[in-house]
Design a protein around this ligand. Structure first.
Ligand code: PLP
Length: 479
């Protein structure tokens, strides 16, 4: 028997009222941030202060509207043009609405019956990706929960396809290894460890002076691994690497992989979306030779998180990765049923992420992705020019994308300059007008930005640099 409380919780009238209030709040949020009627991207508080706030909040009685509004006001605003920090996109509204739809429908997607529309749409979306990559008709793929999981899945597929032993069924007998740039995202290292490759199985190839994997060292790294008893199964290219935003030479990696008969995976979590950019697609030359490619929607394609495409050159590889029996889900284990997605994905239940992409394609075409990526990469160049023309700053390298690393320079030793830049980053965070991040490149501390908002422009970049200079001048920081 349903209770009065349950009836109220599921009331369509209440949903309509609270839903309308939420849409109004979000619409005001968009107008206030994109329209720059607010002067803060982030209202900084320490983790403990924030916890105390919510501890107190939980003791009081609040309407749902009040709860939502309070969350909005106490969260970082990715839609603000002065948000230039991590690689998360400000969700494009139509995709946000699609996410709300999927949240309410809660179709499980593991089997066709639990998500008919979104499953068929997923196939359409995958086709758009494989076409843009330049794969032939044999290509395939699926959507999965994040770049981290996509990279792990791709490496498991690589092991299945390349390793001499059947590790999936028999466990490890041989020592396996993957080759990856020392600048690769930490999740590749994590994936390899999850797969039991161990420290020795993650071979970090040094980068050259441009922060790209040094392809002239691949052969040596490969031979050393072999001499130490490892079977190398894959090489991973970063497109681009997270910290520096520069791309590995995918063509050279493809050639090397082919020569050695190993798997070539492209981690395009950030920049893989540039396959849709007519202007910047060239940065990904060679991607069409990859055995697998991971591309995040929630980074450079403006979907909500987490939404990732994992594409394979050969359809069959999508089916063999997790070959397993699960009779309560499907009767025939050996059929290549494209529509029973859990046969191919790491997840069992997964969200209806295909509609986050498709709502955009439906409304604006794939041209939206071209406009989005191209605009942001162009802005990377704009900001680089502004930094270069200001003698107080230096760039770590010329940007290839919307990721830039730079720092305040001065006549001090590198460590002191590092300290100054660290203090600047901290004060910017506490101030809250701008949001930028930081990184270490070859042990050197840099301020780092990812331009994620297509409404960020030259005046914001100049204002940021002015703010940094005034923080430097007004504080105890001495240069
Ligand atoms: C962000 C990123 C990842 C991780 O992706 P998630 O979607 O955050 O799990 C992996 N690789 C690269 C190059 C990235 O930039």
């Amino acid at each position: 028997m349903s209770t009065p409380l349950l009836k109220r919780a599921y009331s369509d009238e209440l949903f309509k009222q609270e839903g309308n209030e939420l849409i109004q709040l979000l619409s005001d949020h968009l107008s206030s941030h994109i329209g720059e009627k607010t002067d803060k991207v982030i209202e900084w508080s320490t983790p403990n202060d924030e916890y105390e706030f919510w501890e107190q909040f939980a003791k009081e009685k609040h309407s749902t509207k009040n709860l939502f509004e309070t969350i909005l006001n106490r969260s970082i605003a990715t839609h603000n043009p002065k948000y230039i920090g991590h690689q998360i996109s400000p969700t494009v509204p139509v995709s946000g609405l699609a996410t709300l739809l999927s949240a309410m429908l809660n179709n499980g997607m593991a089997v066709y019956e639990m998500g008919a529309a979104a499953t068929a749409i997923e196939k359409l979306v995958v086709n758009e990706f494989t076409k843009a990559i330049g794969y032939n008709d044999n290509a395939d793929g699926f959507l999965t929960s994040g770049g981290t999981l996509a990279n792990l899945t791709a490496l498991i597929a690589a092991r299945k396809s390349v390793a001499k032993d059947d590790v999936w069924n028999d466990g490890h007998t041989n020592k396996l290894a993957v080759l990856v740039s020392e600048e690769a995202h930490y999740c590749i290292d994590r994936a390899a460890r999850i797969m039991g490759l161990g420290d020795g199985g993650i071979i970090k190839v040094p980068v050259n002076e441009n922060f790209k994997i040094n392809t002239s060292q691949l052969e040596t790294a490969y031979n050393n691994a072999k001499n130490n008893g490892y079977e190398v199964i894959a090489v991973v290219g970063s497109a681009p690497s997270t910290s520096s935003g520069v791309h590995d030479d995918l063509e050279a990696l493809a050639e090397f992989a082919q020569q050695k008969n190993i798997w070539f995976h492209v981690d395009g979590a950030h920049g893989g979306a540039a396959v849709f950019s007519s202007k910047y697609k060239y940065l990904l030359n060679g991607i069409e030779q990859a055995d697998s490619v991971a591309i995040d929607g929630h980074k450079m394609m403006a979907t909500s998180s987490i939404t990732t495409a994992l594409l394979f050159k050969r359809s069959n590889d999508t089916y063999t990765t997790f070959s397993q029996k699960a009779h309560y889900l499907w009767d025939k284990n050996d059929d290549l049923e494209w529509y029973n997605l859990a046969k191919r994905t790491f997840e069992c239940t997964k969200s209806m992420m295909s509609i986050r992409f498709f709502s955009i394609i439906n409304a604006y075409g794939t041209q939206f992705f071209d406009d989005y990526v191209t605009t942001l990469y162009d802005l990377g160049k704009t900001f680089a020019d502004i930094i270069e023309s200001n003698e107080e700053f230096e760039l770590a390298m010329q940007p290839e994308t919307n990721i830039l690393c730079f720092r305040v320079k001065g006549d001090l030793d590198s460590e002191e300059i590092g300290n100054i830049n660290q203090q600047i980053r901290r004060q910017l965070l506490e101030d809250g007008e701008f949001y930028i991040v930081s990184t270490y490149l070859k042990g050197v501390f840099y301020l780092r930005v990812t331009i994620m908002n297509v409404f960020t422009n030259e005046s914001h970049f100049k204002a940021l640099l002015n703010k940094i200079i005034s923080i430097k001048n007004n504080s105890s920081i001495n240069v």
